[in-house]
Design a protein around this ligand. Structure first.
Ligand code: NAP
Length: 245
């Protein structure tokens, strides 16, 4: 049985770890190739786009894939739609591994917005020193905010256009509450921007912001395709896969 995992997330890697070595199971993890030195899952990996829905459908057929797991990031909206169409086309069963979003708790000062552009529009009224954790893609949305200073945290260095007053911190999760607290304090951050990525690895910034009573601009998730069976974690996805053998 050949399983293709569309990855690029902690959960996708965890799923590969859980399935790796299962007798009778052949595993391929697919990465988009956005990160220069990705953390690779065990088993076979392939890197780079498929060439849209037709490319993915052709790949599924050519490599005799028996089950497809879309374990991409909640903000990788395009790929999730491609997965649905390609799976239908190639008649391959599809499961979505969708990590739940975050929910605010008492003390949070969240400002939900629909896009990075909207986040940029909200910032001048909320603070002057911004901790921007939305990744290196999409920094153009913040490029015109010359009065604000940004601490940008990303895995790889961003490319222009980006904000004029910016310090880059190259790092990747998981992060700790102590570390996030110290970061906010040292850089005198007064507002945080995040995507609603969900998951534990990057959640400590939310707790640190809550403690410091800082506003957090939270970018809502893009829509996901409807009607796809979905599970919230890698363990459930592994059960779905092994149950199909
Ligand atoms: P996207 O907008 O949904 O996809 C854009 C294109 O990238 C797709 O059409 C596809 O190209 C290719 N692609 C995406 N995921 C792929 C995968 N797992 N394997 C092979 N090709 C893939 O995705 P994105 O937001 O650019 O994210 C790219 C990758 O980074 C995803 O795998 C995602 O899990 C990971 N990631 C994204 C974020 C985020 O905030 N967006 C955060 C962390 C990790 P073709 O059409 O040519 O097949």
């Amino acid at each position: 049985m050949h399983v293709l995992i569309l990855g690029g997330t902690t959960e996708a890697r965890r799923l590969a770890e859980l399935l790796h070595g299962t007798p009778g199971l052949e595993l391929t993890s697919s990465l988009a190739g956005r990160v220069a030195g990705p953390r690779l899952p065990p088993g076979r990996t392939r890197v780079g786009g498929f060439g849209g829905t037709p490319g993915l459908a052709a790949w599924l057929r050519e490599h005799r894939v028996d089950a497809l797991v879309d374990a991409t990031h909640p903000f990788a909206g395009t790929m999730s739609f491609h997965a649905v169409r390609a799976a239908a086309d190639a008649q391959v069963p599809l499961l979505a591994l969708r990590r739940p979003g975050w929910t605010p708790v008492e003390g949070d000062r969240w400002h939900p917005v629909g896009s990075l552009e909207e986040a940029a529009g909200a910032l001048p009224a909320l603070g002057r020193r911004v901790f921007l954790t939305t990744g290196r893609m999409g920094l153009a949305a913040f490029a015109g905010l010359d009065d604000l200073w940004f601490l940008v945290r990303s895995v790889d260095a961003p490319e222009p256009p980006y904000p004029a007053r910016m310090e880059v911190l190259l790092d990747r999760g998981p992060f700790t509450l102590d570390g996030e607290r110290e970061l906010l304090r040292r850089h005198r951050v007064d507002v945080v921007v995040t995507k609603d990525s969900g998951g534990a690895a990057t959640a400590p910034k939310l707790a640190a912001a809550r403690e410091a009573r800082l506003p957090v601009v939270v970018v809502r998730r893009p829509p996901v395709p409807e009607g796809v069976p979905a599970v919230p974690d890698a363990e459930s996805a592994a059960r779905w896969v092994t149950g199909r053998r």
